[in-house]
Design a protein around this ligand. Structure first.
Ligand SMILES: Cc1cc2nc3c(=O)[nH]c(=O)nc-3n(C[C@H](O)[C@H](O)[C@H](O)COP(=O)(O)OP(=O)(O)OC[C@H]3O[C@@H](n4cnc5c(N)ncnc54)[C@H](O)[C@@H]3O)c2cc1C
Length: 400
């Protein structure tokens, strides 16, 4: 495994790092406080090519390798993990199209993302089916004319209020069907790009072929407030056969393929946040003096900074191992994706919590970024599979 970055990878890193420094860091605290959806930042990120990393060369004109994708998401997350979650969600939603759709579907469902700065949603979780996603009840049922009707409710869906396209995992035939399908629903979307508006209420979207989609009021979250999260209800949404990806009975297999790709991206989010927590903590503890010394020079505090750094380096190694396994299409990609996600989530929580502690009472004040990082870190250990689910996957692989 070669740890040297290619010139292209180095160029991506520098571009995103500059983007974060100029476009995110100066505004992030006030945007977050005001709960403003960061449309302007998303639009600029699209313009510099930070969005839609998984879209293939046949559609986009160039391809971003998976190591670069992870580095880009890590750097963006150093700026803000709400923004990177929103950005990365396009890949989460579109990966199944890249991996399993036919050429016509790729053209129909991916082209739009390279033409304009639009967002996608990945609809898996339901009120009664979180970690146990086979318990979902959203389903498609075939009609006499050969089309399908989609009905059901998803919750906690990233980008939902702004999405121009929904990737939906659902049962086939009935809510208790044995098979899972994956369908794609393009929609007329709320044009926040043009008007720079934030959605604050629930809204309804008409669907081209019939039926409606109801988006719930945006959730008021503990952290990652710069990402949008809402419920999505599908009512008699007409699905034509070309909106079904691959084989309509193999949705669960496709879901695993998507998560193998996406979990290292969540790990990249965790590493980015952890690194930010360490940097703001080092800079604070270099300024603040107690007992006649800078806090960073007090041995126990210094030891904590060292522990934070060591964990970040190890999480980064786990991340790189996972993306290389995926790049090489290794049969071990799932276990390393779970390892990276677990290790990075623990690291993000550790660095944000201990960083806050090293800020003393100031860390508890909302004007200090470490307090935001601590709030943001919690979800990294939850979305795309809670810690226990990752351990279940690892356990299943090592004890066969
Ligand atoms: C901000 C945010 C954004 C999200 N974005 C999306 C999105 O875009 N698309 C989407 O589909 N979903 C999304 N989610 C949903 C997220 O993936 C789920 O919340 C997550 O998978 C956990 O499901 P749950 O909340 O139902 O928790 P549950 O499954 O109810 O789990 C609760 C707790 O029970 C315990 N537990 C669960 N299973 C086990 C087990 N097997 N063994 C031991 N203990 C266990 C764990 O401690 C776990 O934390 C998002 C959630 C949030 C909060």
């Amino acid at each position: 495994m070669d740890f040297n970055l290619s010139d292209t990878q180095q160029m991506y890193l520098e571009t995103v790092s500059k983007f974060v420094e100029n476009e995110i860091t100066p505004h992030v605290m006030s945007l977050e406080k005001g709960h403003h959806f960061p449309w302007e930042i998303i639009k600029k990120a699209w313009e510099v090519g930070i969005l839609n990393l998984c879209i293939p060369e046949s559609i986009k004109g160039y391809e971003v390798d998976i190591v670069s994708s992870a580095l880009i998401i890590r750097e963006l997350s150093y700026g803000d993990t709400g923004i990177s979650t929103s950005a990365m969600c396009n890949d989460l939603a579109n990966a199944v199209i890249v991996q399993h759709a036919n050429d016509e579907q790729k053209e129909d469902f991916l082209r739009r993302f390279v033409q304009e700065p639009v967002l996608a949603s990945f609809c898996l979780t339901e009120p009664g089916a979180g970690s146990d996603n086979m318990g979902m009840t959203t389903f498609i049922k075939k009609q006499a004319d050969g089309t399908y009707l989609l009905n059901g409710t998803k919750c906690f869906i990233t980008n939902a209020s702004y999405a121009a396209q929904f990737t939906v995992f659902c049962k086939v035939g009935s809510p208790t069907g044995n098979f899972m399908a994956c369908v794609i629903i393009p929609s007329s979307h709320f044009d926040g790009v043009k008007f720079g508006l934030s959605v604050t209420e629930s809204n309804e979207i008409s669907v081209r072929n019939g039926g409606r989609i109801i988006i719930g009021k945006p959730e008021d979250k503990l952290g990652q407030r710069l990402s949008n999260t809402a419920s999505v209800t599908f009512e008699d949404v007409v699905i034509e056969s070309n909106q079904i990806i691959g084989n309509r009975r193999l949705g669960f297999k496709y879901l695993i393929d998507v998560l193998d790709y996406a979990r290292p991206m969540v790990a990249a989010i965790g590493v980015g946040l952890a690194r930010r927590a360490l940097d703001v903590t080092i800079s604070y503890t270099k300024e603040r003096k107690q007992f006649g010394k800078r806090i960073c020079d007090l041995p126990v505090a210094r030891d904590m900074l060292v522990q934070m750094w060591k964990r970040i380096e190890l999480a980064e190694l786990a991340l790189l191992k996972a993306v290389v396994e995926i790049r090489d299409n290794s049969p071990n990609r799932g276990i390393y994706a779970s390892l990276a996600k677990n290790v990075a989530a623990e690291t993000a929580l550790f660095c944000a919590n201990e960083g806050l502690h090293l800020h003393g009472g100031y860390g508890f004040m909302s004007e200090y970024e470490i307090s935001k990082l601590a709030r943001d870190a919690y979800i990294i250990d939850i979305y795309e599979g809670v810690r226990e689910v990752q351990n279940m996957i690892i356990g299943r692989e090592i004890v066969q």
